[in-house]
Write a protein that binds this ligand. Sequence first.
Ligand code: COA
Length: 161
Amino acid sequence: MITAIYPGTFDPITLGHLDIINRAARIFDKLVVSVVMNIEKAPFFDIDERVELIKKVVADLPNVEVAFSIELLADFARQYENPVIIKGLRNHIDYEYETTMAVFNKKLNSQLETFFITAKLEYTYVSSTAVRQLAAYGADLSDYVPKIVSDEIDRKILNGR
Ligand code: COA
């Protein structure tokens, strides 16, 4: 069995991420969405909130699990039999960054292959940062995130986070 790992900060998960999850879940036996603590980013949602939100968003996908990791991705992957990494590519900037990361991860864990899935055209400009910025101005988020996520963002902003 091949386990695909889709890592990211997911702060918050967007429709672009969900598109990659749906497509990868059709290809691989099992997909683990791994919420990774990114030491370079101050989060809007804490890690538990992000995991819970993603679980709700992927509830209808039986072969998708959600986990969190504080380890190097290359080490996190070792707990799975035949792991591979999935990354979405939106543009040439992602390509340059992700191919470098793939080389790092291969050096850290020689068994680990990285597979790239190209983003759908309508999601090539979506990012979690853009979503957070739009949310801060009260903009409509329905083109960018699942409704569960925009409701949770609204709730958090109303409650002063
Ligand atoms: N649709 C929409 N948005 C997408 C997307 C898609 N298909 N693919 C990427 N993005 C967005 C993300 O939301 C993110 O937006 P943000 O910067 O506004 O938050 C941005 O593009 C970058 O995404 P990604 O490249 O997946 O980075 P990330 O910050 O979400 O996650 C990790 C990076 C966590 C996967 C990476 O840092 C990691 O593996 N860390 C673990 C430690 C480690 O092993 N490091 C490597 C050692 S060299």
